[in-house]
Design a protein around this ligand. Structure first.
Ligand code: IMP
Ligand code: MG
Length: 178
């Protein structure tokens, strides 16, 4: 590996506190309704599972998968749906749950794709927002943390499939001279 785990950017305690706040905010905004969380595989699995439990309402969960990254650390810009939802979202209050927004390409593709299926409402909740990297305009309804332009792993986020099981969010560092 030409990369190694670096400093912790956001600790497990900070993540838990923020997820609790997001759940409360969603609970207030969706009072009287039953939102459907649509997690984006695989990076958002851990976040989606925690967020679901922080929402004090009847709530459901489904997943879809897109591929945009290959195995590098930069988006290719080409987004492909690789696994679809198992439920109809027609008439539902849908909240897309994503791990990171970088260029915004993945999420803007997903938003457009889901909007054609006639949900009652469509919102976006993202754990990490790399605001400075944005190339495509995206409306973010709930954001966990704004983060700098560094590659982050842990809490579901991976590099080439690894580090998803780290409970904290850490920076992945490039080893000098390799
Ligand atoms: P975008 O299409 O450029 O916005 O890229 C978003 C996708 O890239 C996310 O769904 C992640 O899977 C991946 N990604 C972007 N930044 C990171 C990172 O720092 N760590 C892990 N995955 C990332
Ligand atoms: Mg992702």
């Amino acid at each position: 590996m030409d990369r190694q785990l670096g400093r912790i950017l956001i600790s497990r305690d900070e993540i838990a506190a923020r997820v609790a706040e997001l759940g409360e905010a969603i609970g207030r905004d969706y009072a009287g309704r039953a939102p459907l969380l649509v997690g984006v595989l695989k990076g958002a699995v851990v976040f989606t599972a925690d967020l679901l439990r922080a929402i004090p309402l009847p709530a459901a969960m489904d997943f879809m998968a897109v591929s945009s990254y290959g195995s590098g650390t930069r988006s290719s810009g080409v987004v492909r749906l690789t696994s679809d939802l198992s439920l109809s979202i027609e008439g539902r209050d849908v909240i897309i749950v994503e791990d990171v927004i970088d260029s915004g390409r993945t999420i803007s593709y997903l938003r457009r794709n889901l909007a054609t299926r006639h949900p009652r409402s469509l919102a976006l909740c993202v754990l990490l927002d790399k605001v400075s990297r944005r190339e495509v305009d995206v409306e973010v309804d709930y954001a966990g943390f704004v983060v700098p332009d560094e590659f982050v792993v842990g809490y579901g986020l991976d590099y080439d499939g690894w580090h998803r099981n780290l409970p904290d969010l850490a920076v992945l560092e490039t080893l000098a001279g390799r």
